[in-house]
Ligand binder design. Structure first.
Ligand code: NAD
Ligand code: ZN
Length: 346
Protein backbone atom coordinates (compact mmCIF):
# COMPACT_ATOMS: atom_id res chain seq x y z
CA UNK A 1 0.00 0.00 0.00
CA UNK A 2 1.02 3.65 -0.38
CA UNK A 3 2.04 5.59 2.74
CA UNK A 4 3.50 9.07 3.36
CA UNK A 5 6.33 8.44 5.84
CA UNK A 6 8.70 10.53 7.92
CA UNK A 7 12.07 8.97 7.14
CA UNK A 8 14.36 11.78 8.29
CA UNK A 9 13.46 14.88 10.31
CA UNK A 10 13.51 18.25 8.58
CA UNK A 11 12.96 16.55 5.21
CA UNK A 12 9.71 16.14 3.25
CA UNK A 13 7.65 13.03 3.97
CA UNK A 14 8.30 10.27 1.42
CA UNK A 15 5.68 8.31 -0.47
CA UNK A 16 6.63 4.67 0.11
CA UNK A 17 5.25 1.27 -0.69
CA UNK A 18 4.76 -0.71 2.54
CA UNK A 19 2.99 -3.96 3.38
CA UNK A 20 -0.66 -3.85 4.41
CA UNK A 21 -0.63 -4.67 8.17
CA UNK A 22 -1.99 -8.06 9.31
CA UNK A 23 -4.40 -8.09 12.24
CA UNK A 24 -5.05 -10.60 15.03
CA UNK A 25 -6.66 -10.71 18.49
CA UNK A 26 -8.31 -7.38 19.30
CA UNK A 27 -6.82 -5.56 16.32
CA UNK A 28 -8.75 -4.05 13.42
CA UNK A 29 -7.60 -3.07 9.94
CA UNK A 30 -9.19 0.16 8.68
CA UNK A 31 -9.12 1.41 5.09
CA UNK A 32 -8.44 5.12 5.52
CA UNK A 33 -11.07 7.36 3.91
CA UNK A 34 -9.98 10.62 5.55
CA UNK A 35 -6.92 11.82 7.47
CA UNK A 36 -6.87 15.29 9.03
CA UNK A 37 -3.63 17.28 8.90
CA UNK A 38 -2.69 18.53 12.37
CA UNK A 39 -0.09 21.14 13.22
CA UNK A 40 1.54 18.46 15.43
CA UNK A 41 2.61 16.80 12.17
CA UNK A 42 4.45 20.01 11.26
CA UNK A 43 6.35 19.68 14.57
CA UNK A 44 6.97 15.98 13.76
CA UNK A 45 8.37 16.80 10.32
CA UNK A 46 10.55 19.56 11.87
CA UNK A 47 11.76 16.89 14.32
CA UNK A 48 11.12 19.20 17.25
CA UNK A 49 8.48 20.09 19.79
CA UNK A 50 9.93 23.41 20.90
CA UNK A 51 13.46 22.63 22.06
CA UNK A 52 12.75 18.88 22.49
CA UNK A 53 14.01 16.66 19.67
CA UNK A 54 11.45 14.03 18.77
CA UNK A 55 13.83 11.22 17.86
CA UNK A 56 16.41 11.53 20.63
CA UNK A 57 14.51 13.19 23.51
CA UNK A 58 11.09 11.68 22.88
CA UNK A 59 12.54 8.33 21.71
CA UNK A 60 10.39 8.05 18.58
CA UNK A 61 11.46 5.56 15.92
CA UNK A 62 11.75 6.47 12.25
CA UNK A 63 10.60 5.81 9.62
CA UNK A 64 6.99 6.23 10.61
CA UNK A 65 3.75 6.86 8.73
CA UNK A 66 2.32 10.11 10.10
CA UNK A 67 -1.39 11.00 10.45
CA UNK A 68 -3.45 10.67 13.64
CA UNK A 69 -6.87 12.10 12.68
CA UNK A 70 -8.34 9.03 11.03
CA UNK A 71 -11.73 7.80 9.82
CA UNK A 72 -12.46 4.99 7.40
CA UNK A 73 -13.95 1.58 6.80
CA UNK A 74 -13.29 -1.67 8.67
CA UNK A 75 -11.81 -4.21 6.24
CA UNK A 76 -10.53 -6.93 8.59
CA UNK A 77 -11.01 -7.85 12.26
CA UNK A 78 -8.94 -10.01 14.64
CA UNK A 79 -10.51 -13.15 16.14
CA UNK A 80 -11.42 -11.43 19.47
CA UNK A 81 -13.10 -8.36 18.00
CA UNK A 82 -16.75 -7.88 18.98
CA UNK A 83 -19.32 -5.43 17.64
CA UNK A 84 -17.42 -4.39 14.51
CA UNK A 85 -17.69 -5.94 11.07
CA UNK A 86 -16.25 -5.49 7.62
CA UNK A 87 -17.78 -2.43 5.99
CA UNK A 88 -18.45 -0.43 9.18
CA UNK A 89 -17.59 3.27 8.84
CA UNK A 90 -15.57 4.26 11.92
CA UNK A 91 -13.62 7.07 13.59
CA UNK A 92 -10.39 5.99 15.28
CA UNK A 93 -9.22 7.20 18.69
CA UNK A 94 -5.46 7.23 17.94
CA UNK A 95 -4.39 7.86 21.58
CA UNK A 96 -4.06 4.18 22.42
CA UNK A 97 -2.39 2.77 25.51
CA UNK A 98 -0.97 -0.72 26.14
CA UNK A 99 -3.70 -1.28 28.75
CA UNK A 100 -1.38 -2.43 31.54
CA UNK A 101 0.06 0.69 33.22
CA UNK A 102 -1.45 2.63 36.14
CA UNK A 103 -2.89 5.36 33.89
CA UNK A 104 -4.50 2.90 31.47
CA UNK A 105 -6.16 1.12 34.39
CA UNK A 106 -7.34 4.48 35.75
CA UNK A 107 -9.05 5.25 32.41
CA UNK A 108 -6.54 7.84 31.20
CA UNK A 109 -5.01 5.74 28.44
CA UNK A 110 -3.65 8.80 26.67
CA UNK A 111 -1.25 9.10 29.64
CA UNK A 112 0.06 5.54 29.10
CA UNK A 113 3.70 4.92 30.04
CA UNK A 114 4.12 2.92 26.82
CA UNK A 115 1.85 4.81 24.42
CA UNK A 116 0.79 3.31 21.09
CA UNK A 117 -0.08 6.59 19.41
CA UNK A 118 -1.08 6.19 15.79
CA UNK A 119 0.97 8.43 13.52
CA UNK A 120 3.41 9.31 16.32
CA UNK A 121 4.75 6.18 18.02
CA UNK A 122 3.30 3.59 15.61
CA UNK A 123 2.20 3.88 11.97
CA UNK A 124 -0.74 6.21 11.34
CA UNK A 125 -3.25 7.28 8.75
CA UNK A 126 -1.35 9.00 5.94
CA UNK A 127 -1.73 5.66 4.17
CA UNK A 128 -4.29 3.49 2.45
CA UNK A 129 -4.74 1.27 5.52
CA UNK A 130 -4.06 1.57 9.24
CA UNK A 131 -3.96 -1.01 12.04
CA UNK A 132 -5.86 -0.12 15.23
CA UNK A 133 -4.51 -1.95 18.32
CA UNK A 134 -7.90 -2.58 19.97
CA UNK A 135 -11.49 -2.31 18.81
CA UNK A 136 -12.36 -0.30 21.95
CA UNK A 137 -10.73 2.68 20.19
CA UNK A 138 -13.30 2.66 17.37
CA UNK A 139 -16.57 4.59 17.11
CA UNK A 140 -19.17 3.49 14.57
CA UNK A 141 -20.37 6.54 12.61
CA UNK A 142 -24.09 7.04 12.04
CA UNK A 143 -24.67 10.54 10.70
CA UNK A 144 -21.16 11.77 9.93
CA UNK A 145 -19.02 11.20 6.85
CA UNK A 146 -15.37 10.12 7.21
CA UNK A 147 -14.20 13.61 6.21
CA UNK A 148 -16.40 15.24 8.86
CA UNK A 149 -15.36 12.75 11.53
CA UNK A 150 -11.57 12.57 11.05
CA UNK A 151 -10.69 15.97 12.63
CA UNK A 152 -12.70 15.05 15.72
CA UNK A 153 -10.12 12.42 16.67
CA UNK A 154 -7.39 14.95 17.52
CA UNK A 155 -8.54 18.55 17.21
CA UNK A 156 -11.96 17.51 18.59
CA UNK A 157 -10.92 15.21 21.43
CA UNK A 158 -8.10 17.56 22.53
CA UNK A 159 -10.24 20.66 22.74
CA UNK A 160 -13.17 18.74 24.27
CA UNK A 161 -10.82 17.78 27.12
CA UNK A 162 -9.33 21.28 27.22
CA UNK A 163 -12.79 22.79 27.63
CA UNK A 164 -13.45 20.32 30.47
CA UNK A 165 -10.15 21.31 32.08
CA UNK A 166 -11.09 25.01 31.70
CA UNK A 167 -14.05 24.33 34.00
CA UNK A 168 -16.25 27.28 33.01
CA UNK A 169 -20.00 27.87 33.39
CA UNK A 170 -22.48 30.40 31.95
CA UNK A 171 -21.33 33.11 34.35
CA UNK A 172 -17.77 32.91 33.05
CA UNK A 173 -15.67 34.00 30.06
CA UNK A 174 -13.36 31.65 28.15
CA UNK A 175 -10.67 32.97 25.82
CA UNK A 176 -9.25 30.79 23.05
CA UNK A 177 -5.86 31.82 21.69
CA UNK A 178 -5.29 30.58 18.12
CA UNK A 179 -9.06 30.42 17.58
CA UNK A 180 -9.05 30.35 13.76
CA UNK A 181 -6.97 27.20 13.31
CA UNK A 182 -7.85 23.51 13.33
CA UNK A 183 -8.06 23.17 17.10
CA UNK A 184 -9.31 26.72 17.58
CA UNK A 185 -12.44 26.44 15.42
CA UNK A 186 -13.26 23.19 17.26
CA UNK A 187 -12.58 24.67 20.71
CA UNK A 188 -14.93 27.58 20.05
CA UNK A 189 -17.75 25.29 18.93
CA UNK A 190 -17.27 22.81 21.78
CA UNK A 191 -17.15 25.56 24.41
CA UNK A 192 -20.38 27.05 23.02
CA UNK A 193 -22.10 23.65 22.87
CA UNK A 194 -21.02 22.48 26.32
CA UNK A 195 -20.63 25.37 28.73
CA UNK A 196 -22.83 28.40 28.07
CA UNK A 197 -19.78 30.58 28.85
CA UNK A 198 -19.02 33.71 26.84
CA UNK A 199 -16.36 32.73 24.30
CA UNK A 200 -13.71 35.15 23.00
CA UNK A 201 -11.53 34.00 20.08
CA UNK A 202 -8.07 35.50 19.62
CA UNK A 203 -5.95 35.18 16.48
CA UNK A 204 -3.50 37.27 14.47
CA UNK A 205 -4.81 36.92 10.89
CA UNK A 206 -7.95 38.54 9.48
CA UNK A 207 -9.14 35.30 7.87
CA UNK A 208 -8.54 33.39 11.13
CA UNK A 209 -10.57 35.94 13.10
CA UNK A 210 -13.38 35.49 10.57
CA UNK A 211 -13.16 31.69 10.97
CA UNK A 212 -13.41 32.03 14.78
CA UNK A 213 -16.49 34.18 14.34
CA UNK A 214 -18.02 31.63 11.93
CA UNK A 215 -17.31 28.91 14.51
CA UNK A 216 -19.54 30.83 16.91
CA UNK A 217 -17.26 33.02 19.06
CA UNK A 218 -19.25 35.73 20.87
CA UNK A 219 -16.37 38.16 20.32
CA UNK A 220 -13.08 38.07 18.46
CA UNK A 221 -9.96 39.94 19.53
CA UNK A 222 -7.08 40.82 17.24
CA UNK A 223 -3.90 39.60 18.95
CA UNK A 224 -1.82 42.06 16.90
CA UNK A 225 -3.37 45.02 18.74
CA UNK A 226 -3.74 45.28 22.52
CA UNK A 227 -5.41 41.97 23.38
CA UNK A 228 -5.07 42.05 27.19
CA UNK A 229 -6.70 45.47 27.36
CA UNK A 230 -9.43 44.35 24.93
CA UNK A 231 -10.18 41.19 26.96
CA UNK A 232 -10.36 43.27 30.16
CA UNK A 233 -12.76 45.68 28.47
CA UNK A 234 -14.98 42.86 27.18
CA UNK A 235 -15.14 41.35 30.70
CA UNK A 236 -15.94 44.60 32.50
CA UNK A 237 -12.39 44.86 33.86
CA UNK A 238 -12.40 41.39 35.44
CA UNK A 239 -10.40 39.38 32.90
CA UNK A 240 -10.96 35.89 31.51
CA UNK A 241 -11.98 33.09 33.88
CA UNK A 242 -10.12 30.63 31.66
CA UNK A 243 -7.81 30.76 28.66
CA UNK A 244 -7.04 27.87 26.34
CA UNK A 245 -3.71 28.60 24.66
CA UNK A 246 -3.40 26.71 21.39
CA UNK A 247 0.10 28.12 20.71
CA UNK A 248 2.12 28.41 23.95
CA UNK A 249 4.84 30.26 22.09
CA UNK A 250 6.81 32.82 24.07
CA UNK A 251 4.71 35.43 22.24
CA UNK A 252 1.49 34.13 23.79
CA UNK A 253 2.86 32.98 27.17
CA UNK A 254 4.35 36.40 27.87
CA UNK A 255 1.01 38.13 27.21
CA UNK A 256 -2.15 36.15 27.89
CA UNK A 257 -1.61 35.03 31.52
CA UNK A 258 -2.04 38.73 32.32
CA UNK A 259 -5.55 38.63 30.83
CA UNK A 260 -6.78 36.16 33.48
CA UNK A 261 -9.30 37.01 36.18
CA UNK A 262 -8.59 35.97 39.78
CA UNK A 263 -8.76 32.19 40.24
CA UNK A 264 -8.37 31.88 36.45
CA UNK A 265 -7.20 28.76 34.65
CA UNK A 266 -4.60 28.80 31.89
CA UNK A 267 -5.01 25.58 29.92
CA UNK A 268 -1.90 24.84 27.87
CA UNK A 269 -2.43 22.84 24.65
CA UNK A 270 -0.27 24.30 21.84
CA UNK A 271 3.14 22.76 21.24
CA UNK A 272 4.97 25.76 19.80
CA UNK A 273 7.42 25.15 22.67
CA UNK A 274 7.73 28.51 24.45
CA UNK A 275 9.09 28.96 27.96
CA UNK A 276 6.69 30.16 30.66
CA UNK A 277 8.28 32.96 32.69
CA UNK A 278 6.15 34.68 35.29
CA UNK A 279 6.82 36.11 38.75
CA UNK A 280 5.48 33.77 41.43
CA UNK A 281 3.73 36.49 43.51
CA UNK A 282 1.55 37.27 40.49
CA UNK A 283 0.42 33.63 40.42
CA UNK A 284 -0.27 33.67 44.16
CA UNK A 285 -2.00 37.05 44.42
CA UNK A 286 -4.23 36.19 41.46
CA UNK A 287 -4.78 32.52 42.33
CA UNK A 288 -3.68 31.51 38.82
CA UNK A 289 -3.87 27.84 37.80
CA UNK A 290 -1.66 26.61 34.97
CA UNK A 291 -2.94 23.31 33.53
CA UNK A 292 -1.19 21.14 30.94
CA UNK A 293 -3.45 18.89 28.86
CA UNK A 294 -2.73 16.50 26.03
CA UNK A 295 -5.31 14.90 23.74
CA UNK A 296 -7.98 13.01 25.76
CA UNK A 297 -9.25 9.63 26.95
CA UNK A 298 -11.87 7.29 25.48
CA UNK A 299 -14.65 9.14 27.38
CA UNK A 300 -13.56 12.40 25.74
CA UNK A 301 -13.56 10.55 22.40
CA UNK A 302 -17.12 9.30 22.93
CA UNK A 303 -18.20 12.73 24.17
CA UNK A 304 -16.92 14.70 21.20
CA UNK A 305 -18.16 12.13 18.65
CA UNK A 306 -21.61 12.19 20.25
CA UNK A 307 -21.75 16.00 20.15
CA UNK A 308 -20.95 15.89 16.43
CA UNK A 309 -23.37 13.04 15.70
CA UNK A 310 -26.11 15.19 17.30
CA UNK A 311 -25.17 18.08 15.00
CA UNK A 312 -24.04 20.37 17.86
CA UNK A 313 -20.53 20.79 16.44
CA UNK A 314 -18.99 20.32 13.01
CA UNK A 315 -15.28 20.35 12.09
CA UNK A 316 -14.52 23.22 9.74
CA UNK A 317 -12.96 21.31 6.83
CA UNK A 318 -11.63 23.98 4.48
CA UNK A 319 -9.61 21.90 2.01
CA UNK A 320 -9.50 18.29 0.80
CA UNK A 321 -6.26 17.04 -0.69
CA UNK A 322 -4.72 13.81 -1.98
CA UNK A 323 -2.40 11.59 0.08
CA UNK A 324 0.57 12.57 -2.09
CA UNK A 325 -0.10 16.24 -1.26
CA UNK A 326 0.65 15.74 2.47
CA UNK A 327 3.84 17.83 2.31
CA UNK A 328 1.99 20.69 0.64
CA UNK A 329 -0.69 20.52 3.36
CA UNK A 330 2.03 20.67 6.04
CA UNK A 331 3.70 23.61 4.24
CA UNK A 332 0.36 25.43 4.28
CA UNK A 333 0.09 24.97 8.06
CA UNK A 334 3.72 25.87 8.69
CA UNK A 335 3.24 29.13 6.77
CA UNK A 336 -0.09 30.01 8.45
CA UNK A 337 -2.14 29.68 5.25
CA UNK A 338 -4.87 27.52 6.80
CA UNK A 339 -8.06 28.27 8.68
CA UNK A 340 -10.03 25.32 10.09
CA UNK A 341 -8.71 21.92 8.95
CA UNK A 342 -7.26 20.35 5.79
CA UNK A 343 -8.09 16.68 5.24
CA UNK A 344 -6.27 14.13 3.06
CA UNK A 345 -8.40 11.69 1.14
CA UNK A 346 -6.25 8.68 0.10
P1 NAD B 1 -3.18 25.66 13.25
O1 NAD B 1 -1.95 26.07 12.53
O2 NAD B 1 -4.34 25.14 12.50
O3 NAD B 1 -3.70 26.86 14.17
C1 NAD B 1 -2.86 27.71 14.91
C2 NAD B 1 -3.54 29.08 14.96
O4 NAD B 1 -2.78 29.92 15.85
C3 NAD B 1 -3.56 29.79 13.60
O5 NAD B 1 -4.88 30.22 13.29
C4 NAD B 1 -2.62 30.98 13.80
O6 NAD B 1 -2.99 32.11 13.04
C5 NAD B 1 -2.76 31.23 15.29
N1 NAD B 1 -1.63 31.98 15.87
C6 NAD B 1 -0.32 31.94 15.53
N2 NAD B 1 0.39 32.78 16.30
C7 NAD B 1 -0.49 33.40 17.13
C8 NAD B 1 -0.37 34.39 18.16
N3 NAD B 1 0.82 34.93 18.46
N4 NAD B 1 -1.49 34.78 18.80
C9 NAD B 1 -2.70 34.23 18.50
N5 NAD B 1 -2.88 33.28 17.55
C10 NAD B 1 -1.79 32.88 16.87
O7 NAD B 1 -2.67 24.56 14.31
P2 NAD B 1 -3.54 23.42 15.08
O8 NAD B 1 -3.54 22.18 14.26
O9 NAD B 1 -4.79 24.02 15.54
O10 NAD B 1 -2.56 23.11 16.32
C11 NAD B 1 -2.26 24.13 17.26
C12 NAD B 1 -1.19 23.63 18.23
O11 NAD B 1 -1.74 22.64 19.10
C13 NAD B 1 0.03 22.97 17.59
O12 NAD B 1 1.20 23.34 18.31
C14 NAD B 1 -0.25 21.50 17.78
O13 NAD B 1 0.93 20.73 17.77
C15 NAD B 1 -0.86 21.54 19.14
N6 NAD B 1 -1.64 20.34 19.52
C16 NAD B 1 -1.60 19.98 20.82
C17 NAD B 1 -2.34 18.91 21.24
C18 NAD B 1 -2.35 18.50 22.68
O14 NAD B 1 -2.88 17.44 22.97
N7 NAD B 1 -1.83 19.28 23.62
C19 NAD B 1 -3.13 18.20 20.32
C20 NAD B 1 -3.16 18.61 19.01
C21 NAD B 1 -2.42 19.71 18.60
ZN1 ZN C 1 -3.14 16.43 16.35
Amino acid sequence: MRAMRLVEVNKPLKMMDVEIPKVKGNEVLVKVEAAGVCHSDVHMRQGRVGPLRIVEDLRLRLPITLGHEIAGRVVEVGENVEGFNKGDLVAVNPWEGDGTCYYCKAGEEQMCDRPLWLGISIDGGYAEYVKVTHYKYLYKLKNLTAVEAAPLTCSGITTYRAVREASVDPSKTLVIVGAGGGLGTMAVQIAKAMTGATVIGVDIRDEALEAAKRAGADYVVDGRKNPVQEIKTLTGGKGADAIIDLNNSEKTLSVYPYALAKNGRYVMIGLYGGELKILSPIIIFNWVKFVGSQVGNNMDFLGVLTLAEKGKIKPMVTKMMKLEEANEALDNLENARVTGRQVLVP
